[in-house]
Design a protein around this ligand. Structure first.
Ligand code: SAH
Length: 247
């Protein structure tokens, strides 16, 4: 049985959700429901805001360009936020959009754009990243929308990691060893951070600094060098397979 209902469209809203709550939609949301999905008054929509769980809503007072939703029952409680921190060198445009969406689908709890020596992007559009995170959550029924942290350089990002959090370092120069054994040996519930580098890989001094840290688990993703966006998905799949949230 599917965990949740995919028959009704899912929409992220900002306001609080509760019994009888009435939500005024913005123009883009109203246009999406009324003109793209061609839904009208009385039709069902599932709404979530990342705090109050998922609510079955009914479309009300739909003009051509405006609509509101009225809350009926709560269909799913708000789950705990994901615990996995994803540290990644921002890629350019479409590849960054892709990486953000896939990381959300794969259950990360925090997206941390991290500038390394060879990162090609000079800045990150936080609004665009958040919009991608929300779109992935809407499409995949994810209610705990990950935090999108402000971009920062590798060293301050590492300094802010909690000491007990294990840093899983995807190193293209790692010795060729299947990572599943080392990952599965981590105690259940270990707080993790995953680090994936840029198109140009890690600089030698970064690798030395990373390997000198306590609580670092250096892993190989196989005998081939993966593109950075491929590596992100591969690493997340391996992590979740080995010690993920299979509840
Ligand atoms: N030059 C290629 C990929 C560079 S490596 C490109 O054009 O994208 C990009 C990042 O992906 C690396 O820093 C590392 O974090 C990860 N990665 C890629 N292949 C890997 C492998 N075989 N093992 C471990 N990490 C890998």
């Amino acid at each position: 049985m599917a965990l949740y209902d995919f028959s009704a469209p899912r929409l992220f809203v900002e306001p609080d959700l509760g019994p009888g709550a009435e939500i005024e939609l913005d123009r883009a949301q109203a246009n999406y429901l009324l003109n793209v999905l061609r839904l009208g008054p009385g039709k069902a929509v599932l709404a979530f805001n990342g705090r109050d769980g998922e609510w079955l809503m009914e479309i009300r007072s739909a003009g051509r360009k405006s609509a509101s939703l009225v809350a009926g029952e709560r269909t799913r409680p708000q789950p705990e936020p994901g615990n996995l921190a994803f540290l990644f060198a921002p890629l350019k445009h479409a590849r960054l959009d892709y990486t953000v969406q896939k990381a959300v689908e794969m259950g990360v709890g925090r997206l941390q754009p991290t500038f390394t020596r060879r990162t090609v992007s000079s800045r990150v559009n936080a609004e665009r990243m958040r919009a991608n995170a929300i779109e992935a959550a809407e499409q995949c029924g994810i209610l705990a929308v990950p935090e999108v942290a402000a971009e920062d350089d590798l060293e301050p990002v590492l300094r802010r990691l909690e000491p007990e959090r294990v840093l899983v370092f995807c190193d293209e120069d790692a010795p060729l060893k299947n990572p599943l054994e080392a990952l599965a040996a981590l105690p259940p519930g270990t707080r993790l951070a995953l680090l994936v580098g840029p198109e140009g890989g890690f600089a030698p001094e970064e690798r030395a600094m990373l390997l000198a840290r306590p609580n670092v688990l250096r892993i190989s993703l196989g005998p081939r060098i993966l593109r950075a966006d491929t590596a992100a998905v591969a690493a997340l799949a391996i992590l979740q397979a080995a010690i993920g949230d299979w509840r």
